[in-house]
Design a protein around this ligand. Structure first.
Ligand code: ZN
Length: 202
């Protein structure tokens, strides 16, 4: 059974300069030697992590089957997705672009390559389908491909889109909207540059 956690604003930020101490605290919380972060670029690159490394992987999904490594995803409105199965875990950053480029599908495929069978997932605090308003072009672009992500009045429900994109994964979510709940960092609320994290390890 994997161990995982999601942080809020109270736990601080995790940037590579001021947040290093918080990164260490994460590893202690999960009782692992190392927590690996990524430089997230809204792409669909998946990195298989098989040893502790100081490399900052440019990716939006990390996968590992090593017990000694925890994987972190940072988010502030986007969906922090943590995936687990017998022996393989993943941390995935899914925003509007990530839903379009299939980063979660790529992460699931990478887990299956490592032998994962039954995969479950949980999405941490993110902006909800009542709050995530986009312009008409963006709305049309994503809802034509992912109709389930259409909420009313040009709003997007990215979680619903993700559920439809990876039906082979039993997916649950925390009912916390980052824009509505000021205990969490929200990119859209503005004036805050922080990110919370989701972290998972075997
Ligand atoms: Zn909301």
């Amino acid at each position: 059974m994997a161990r995982l956690l999601f942080t809020g604003k109270a736990a601080g930020t995790y940037d590579p300069i001021s947040g290093l101490k918080n990164r260490d605290e994460l590893s202690k919380s999960l009782a692992v030697p190392t927590t690996i972060f990524m430089k997230q670029v809204h792409g669909n690159t998946v990195v298989i992590v098989d040893e502790a490394s100081n490399n900052l992987f440019e990716a939006d999904a990390l996968v590992t089957n090593k017990k000694s490594i925890a994987l972190a995803v940072q988010a502030a409105d986007c969906l922090p997705l943590l995936l687990q199965s017998d022996g393989v875990v993943a941390a995935v950053h899914v925003g509007r672009k990530g839903l379009l480029n299939g980063v979660a599908l790529a992460a699931v495929a990478a887990m299956q390559d490592l032998g994962a069978e039954q995969i479950t997932g949980v999405v941490g605090p993110h902006i909800c389908g009542s709050c995530y308003e986009v312009d008409q072009v963006m709305f049309d672009e994503i809802t034509q491909i992912h109709p389930d992500s259409a909420a009313s009045n040009r709003r997007l429900n990215l979680f619903a889109g993700l559920v439809a994109q990876i039906p082979q994964v039993a997916l649950t979510k925390m009912n916390i909207c980052t824009l509505e709940n000021s205990s969490y960092f929200s990119f859209r609320r503005g004036s805050e540059s922080g990110r919370q994290v989701g972290v998972i390890c075997r």
